[in-house]
Structures are given as C-alpha cells and as structure tokens.
Write a protein that binds this ligand. Structure first.
Ligand code: PNS
Length: 162
C-alpha cells in the first residue's frame, strides 16, 4: 500500500524552506500532499488558488508531490486521504512547543497518524512566510529565499498595491 504523507500549512507564500521540507518528504513517502489550509488568516496576501498554483508550478517535475486545500480538522483530512503521516518542518527551539502540542493533540484524536518532523537545510532556518512578506513590503530583497514564481508574484503585488 502506498505510504502517503500530508504536509499542511498556510503557505502564504511558499518559501524555499517549505520547498526543502517537501523534497525531503517526497524522498521518504510514496506521495506527499501539500495541503493548504483555507481558513487560516482572514486577510492572506495570496488567495488559496494562487497558493495552489505556486505549489503546482514549483513541483511540476515531482510526480509524487500534489497540492490540495483543506478546511476543518487536519487529522480528519489526513484520514480522508489515507495518510500515515503528517509532515512538519522544525526550524528552531521556538517552533518546538507549538509543534509538540499540535502533534500530541493530533495523536490524541487519531493515534494511527504519526507526525514526522524534519529540519530544513541550514540556509533556510530563519526563513518564514511572515518575514518574507514583511521584508518585501519594506523594499528588501528575498532572492534565493522563495521560488522564482513567488518572487515574481510578490513584486507584482507590490507594484499593483502602490
Ligand atoms: O504552518 P502553519 O501555517 O503554522 O500551519 C498550521 C496548521 C495548518 C498545521 C494548523 O493550523 C492546522 O492543523 N490547522 C487545521 C485545524 C486543526 O486541525 N486544528 C487542530 C490542530 S491540533
């Protein structure tokens, strides 16, 4: 039976830290579903459709990486997809407490689904979607920290919002 993992998040926007974790997950599992939470933030920068399009174009050459959206409980979505694991990236100690709470709550709700943590490459340890948006809004350069398609869209959004 295929081993399926779900990698959930807001991905507003996808960063190279996310890309790194997805590639690691794709090498461990038969399929990895990058699942965009649809009701996370009330005012996201990118629509869910834009975020899905970015994921699909970034992983166009990776046949076992899929993009999807979900709402409601993550663990219900993971069960519906017959996933054996939830993948999460861990960057620093500051991520740990929140991630541990989520992993243990998800285990309480559904013991059959394991949470698997992976560390991104060191050069992405400090990268977050929130900081990327802030730096771009204030005129900083995020080259090398996000996929090219994200960078182009960020520049477009900045131009049209001026
Ligand atoms: O990377 P993010 O944006 O912090 O992702 C957070 C996410 C989507 C993993 C988390 O908010 C989530 O799982 N939301 C779905 C609702 C849910 O299941 N809540 C209970 C978590 S134990």
């Amino acid at each position: 039976m295929a081993r399926i993992a779900v990698y959930p998040g807001s991905f507003d926007p996808l960063t190279n830290g996310h890309v790194d974790i997805i590639m690691r997950g794709a090498s461990l599992f038969d399929r990895i579903i990058v699942a965009v939470l649809t009701n996370a933030e009330k005012t996201p920068l990118f629509s869910v459709d834009e975020r899905l399009a970015i994921i699909r174009e970034t992983f166009a050459d990776a046949p076992n990486v899929e993009a999807d959206q979900f709402s409601g409980l993550l663990i219900d979505y993971a069960r519906e997809k017959q996933a054996c694991a939830i993948v999460r990236g861990l960057r620093a100690v500051s991520d740990f407490e929140y991630e541990m709470q989520m992993a243990l709550m998800n285990r309480h709700l559904q013991p059959a689904v394991e949470t698997v943590f992976m560390m991104p490459a060191e050069q992405y340890i400090y990268v977050s979607s929130r900081l990327i948006k802030e730096v771009v809004a204030l005129g900083g350069d995020v080259t090398g920290l996000v996929p090219a398609g994200v960078q182009a869209r960020l520049t477009d959004k900045k131009r049209t919002r001026k």
